[in-house]
Design a protein around this ligand. Structure first.
Ligand SMILES: [Zn+2]
Ligand SMILES: [Zn+2]
Ligand SMILES: [Zn+2]
Ligand SMILES: [Zn+2]
Length: 688
């Protein structure tokens, strides 16, 4: 039986206190602010000796060697067979070497040999750039000369595969030099020299052939996981809110709190927000497949130098991640990931705290979170927000500009909804905050005040459940878009995106590119309209009752969007046919026959509706072809048609309309597929 995680047993202890000591919960329930709740937990005599020790899976040479040898065995089998290189065996060998690399101690020979093994697999699967990176890593060790020379020969093969003949020749010359200067036995020298000379000959031959053809094949100069096209915001950058488009404005009203509004007419498809999170965290499952720092898929990852839990795409990501946050979590990560009762937001909350802590001004001499924040003054007043209101509001006070995603104040000000939470909920969160503080205390002894830190952690444990956003990927099994599903990779704190309120019929759609959050207009938005995101329950998929219940329990507000107030039907009850058209000027219903209509019967303004009707007919035909494009992942082609179709429909069709929402969904899927995708999700994990 597995040992209970230290958080789970801590929580058990607190529940016990709540059960056994009659006045405890009553007194806790009576407290009016987070600071008092934290003080009460910290004063509990039963928790005085609670402390966190190292909880992380470190390195193990024996295990690394075992995994590597299994990899070598598979590798030999694959090399001997003529089967497809992408075959499961090659994949398994790759996984074994990667697992070996993850657990091999820094500087150990088993690490170098595992890299070397992985080079051979990557070369066979055609991932030559990844292979070359591993060559470089392995050559960084004091390898025995045979191993180093073999690696150079593998590097030459990679260059050869890329038709980079000069480079191939150069590394082989280097190999020959090394061989000459080595103290290997003469017969070994002779045989190895023979092999290199023969490789050089092949290269020379291929080079000449290539020169004859004068036709260079396209090489895979990018790692397979690729570089993304990160879009820029449409209509220029917003001077006050750098992550947002200039077409948006941040407003404030006592009823709605902060909200975003359009300062001009916005076309469907426009990019409205491109935001880097203040802090983010991958889920445990995603950590096995993606870079901890940039969230790219990593077919050949490198590990943390200390733990064997996390993976990176490159040394750059590893070093930046270490400096920014991982040094504070590496040795306690296991505690955070293994607790059953700890919220899945816990790591994100921890990251918010350490990000603020790491960015603290070193000259100030303390890591006191809330004192660095301009939000501190309004802290005490905004802690207990109005328990029920008709509007979802991210923050209860106006913002100061520029509103920066990297500014702790942007995250600190988010509402906690403490006032609406039950005492048990608050007690669990306060215990979690206490635990996270103890973890941080374990790795950062210079952290000053326990009460301050725990209070900040408690604040974020509450605000993140209403303000954090998922980082997502689209899983496309065997490349078939029809079976695409969305998968949660983790979560992030996106202060700018958080400024958008909810609607069950949103006018924007969100998707992830790496850890970035991209928000685009999914309808035409008129000047003065509010920017409305969807917090989860969409009118198509959830009926009114489900939506209201979800939003009340999770976000503590009653939704009054058009879908809710007009009781729109869900997708299965939505009519296939258009129920009516509307005037492009006054939005009044103008009936079903557009063909000969030139003037609106209500506002009398002119418009050639016949022309619009004809365009709709053409687009309806092109839409079928666009769906074919979508199936074949010709996303930009698909988008071109679907965005225009949505645009024209949106201008005249009375909502809700099935054709319109279907087309919207195609558009949204295309955007998602341009972001994080994953062809297959195979969980090849070995009994570690
Ligand atoms: Zn990375
Ligand atoms: Zn680590
Ligand atoms: Zn609603
Ligand atoms: Zn009209």
């Amino acid at each position: 039986m597995q040992k209970m995680s230290i958080f789970d047993s801590l929580l058990d202890k607190v529940w016990q206190i709540a059960r056994n000591e009659e006045d405890f919960l009553t007194a806790f329930a009576r407290l009016t602010c987070d600071r008092e709740r934290v003080a009460m937990i910290l004063a509990l005599p039963q928790l005085q000796d609670f402390c966190v020790t190292d909880g992380f899976s470190g390195k193990c040479e024996t295990l690394a060697e075992e995994l590597r040898l299994r990899g070598d065995k598979l590798n030999l089998e694959t090399a001997a067979s003529t089967i497809d290189p992408a075959h499961a065996t090659a994949k398994q060998a790759l996984e074994l070497y990667t697992s070996a690399i993850r657990v091999a101690p820094q500087g150990s020979m088993s690490l170098a040999r595992s890299y070397k093994g992985r080079v051979q697999v990557l070369l066979r699967t055609g991932d030559t750039d990844l292979a070359l990176r591993d060559v470089k890593r392995a050559l960084g060790f004091q390898l025995p000369p045979e191993d180093a020379i073999k690696l150079l020969s593998l590097a030459a093969s990679c260059h050869q595969h890329k038709r980079a003949w000069d480079q191939a020749e150069k590394v082989l010359q280097e190999a020959l030099d090394k061989l000459r200067n080595s103290e290997l036995e003469n017969n070994v020298k002779a045989s190895m020299t023979g092999e290199i000379i023969s490789q050089l000959k092949t290269i020379n031959h291929e080079k000449q052939q290539d020169n004859l053809k004068k036709k260079l094949k396209k090489t895979d100069s990018e790692p397979r996981s690729g570089s993304w096209g990160i879009p820029e915001v449409t209509y220029g950058k917003n001077a006050d809110i750098p992550a947002a488009s200039a077409a948006l404005r941040l407003c404030f009203s006592p009823q709605k709190g902060r909200y975003m509004e359009a300062t001009r007419n916005i076309k469907i498809g426009s990019v409205l927000i491109v935001e880097e999170p203040y802090a983010w965290a991958l889920s445990r499952e995603a950590m096995a497949q993606r870079c901890l720092h940039c969230c790219r898929l990593v077919p050949a990852p490198i590990p943390c130098t200390q733990c064997s839990t996390v993976s990176y795409c490159s040394e750059d990501c590893r070093d930046t991640g270490w400096q920014d946050y991982h040094r504070f979590e590496c040795h306690v990560l296991h505690h955070l990931l293994s607790a059953k009762e700890l919220s899945k937001m816990a790591l994100l909350v921890y990251r918010i705290a350490v990000t603020a802590f790491a960015r603290a001004d070193p000259t100030s001499g303390d890591g006191n979170l809330s004192q660095k924040s301009s939000a501190h003054e309004r802290d005490s007043t905004s802690t207990e927000s109005d328990p029920r209101c008709d509007y979802p509001s991210s923050v209860n006070s106006p913002a100061s500009f520029p509103f920066l995603s990297s500014d702790y104040a942007s995250v600190h000000g988010q509402v906690t909804n403490s006032g609406s939470r039950t005492p048990a909920d608050k007690l669990k969160r306060a215990t979690s905050a206490f635990f996270l503080m103890k973890c941080l205390r374990h790795v950062a002894q210079d952290m000053t005040d326990d009460v301050e830190m725990t209070t900040s952690l408690l604040r974020h444990l509450q605000s993140c459940s209403c303000n954090a956003y998922q980082i997502t990927e689209h899983v496309v099994p065997d490349g078939d878009v029809r079976n695409a599903t969305q998968n949660e990779l983790g979560g992030g704190a996106y202060p700018t995106v958080s400024l958008c309120n909810h609607s069950c019929n949103p006018n924007v759609a969100r998707h992830s590119i790496g850890r970035l959050c991209i928000v685009r207009a999914i309808r035409n938005i008129r000047k003065g309209d509010e920017i409305l995101d969807n917090y989860g329950p969409h009118f198509l998929s959830h009926d009114l009752e489900e939506r209201q219940k979800y939003l009340e329990t999770q976000y503590f507000f009653r939704c009054i969007c058009e879908a809710c107030s007009e009781k729109w039907p869900t997708a299965d009850r939505l009519h296939e046919k258009v129920t009516g058209y509307k005037c492009i000027h006054c939005s009044m219903n103008i009936g079903l026959n557009l063909l000969n209509l030139k003037t609106c019967p209500h506002c009398k303004k002119k418009c050639d509706y016949g022309k619009i009707a004809k365009r709709l007919r053409v687009l309806a035909r092109e839409y079928d072809r666009a769906l074919e494009d979508l199936l074949h992942r010709r996303l930009h082609e698909c988008l071109k048609t679907c965005v225009e179709y949505c645009d024209v429909m949106d201008s005249v069709v009375v909502h809700p309309n099935k054709g319109f929402v279907k087309c919207q969904q195609a558009v949204s899927l295309c955007w998602s597929l341009l972001g994080n995708t994953n062809a297959t999700r195979t969980n090849l994990t070995f009994s570690l």
